[in-house]
Ligand binder design. Structure first.
Ligand code: SF4
Length: 197
């Protein structure tokens, strides 16, 4: 049987710009492929292609960096063998953070931190597994629909509202919403403000 492999768009070392760990250095492991097709997607370059890499090749690439924290992102990581990837990284001593749109119910029990960012549809099971639910907010967001995610807020799960593309009108809207719902948090895309990847 051939070894497990994944289509990888890029691996790079940067600063986490979003959510609960904004400001934290981490290695980003961006998997290729996402079938969701959001208009505002800022990683369209990762929709297809990717370099086929097995677990050993990925671990060797990650070993170049001083941080043991790996953020698995995409594309949509759950469109590949996500449990196998998390397991391989954990076996090598990595701290595994996951960014997923939550559309596919996946076994993410080994991950240290799970961020679910719902888009056109999301698995309710995945929402229950989230440490944070990150909601991208724009002028066209259905604010009534947004409220249903507050049902998943609990001691484990925090809601983050993220202004789409850091546009000022979207920031203003998120600030208003967070002030109205004080247990939610604001997530601006810090990496774009500080001009890093
Ligand atoms: S789910 Fe995420 S990666 Fe996929 S198209 Fe939408 S924004 Fe892009």
């Amino acid at each position: 049987m051939p070894p497990l492999s994944w289509k990888v768009n890029e691996i790079f070392y940067s600063i986490q710009g979003e959510g609960a760990h904004a400001g934290m250095p981490a290695v980003f492991l961006r998997l290729a492929g996402c079938s969701m097709g959001c208009d505002f997607c800022d990683t369209k370059y990762a929709f297809s292609g990717g370099k086929e890499m097995n677990g050993l090749q990925i671990l060797v690439a990650l070993s170049e960096y001083p941080s043991k924290t790996v953020v698995i992102t995409g594309g949509e990581p759950a469109e590949q063998n996500l449990p196998g990837l998390i397991s391989a990284l954990k076996s090598a001593g990595h701290i595994v953070h996951l960014e997923t749109n939550g559309a596919h119910d996946s076994d993410v029990s080994q991950a240290d931190f799970v961020c679910v960012s719902p888009k056109k549809y999301v698995s309710k099971e995945m929402l229950k597994k989230a440490d944070i639910i990150k909601l991208v907010v724009s002028q066209t967001t259905d604010l009534e629909d947004l409220k249903k995610y507050y049902n998943y807020e609990n001691e484990k799960t925090t809601i983050y509202l993220q202004p789409e593309s850091n546009k000022q009108e979207n920031i203003d809207l998120c600030v208003k919403l967070v002030k109205e719902h004080p247990s939610a948090r604001l997530s601006v895309q810090l990496h774009k403000l500080i001009n890093v990847r």
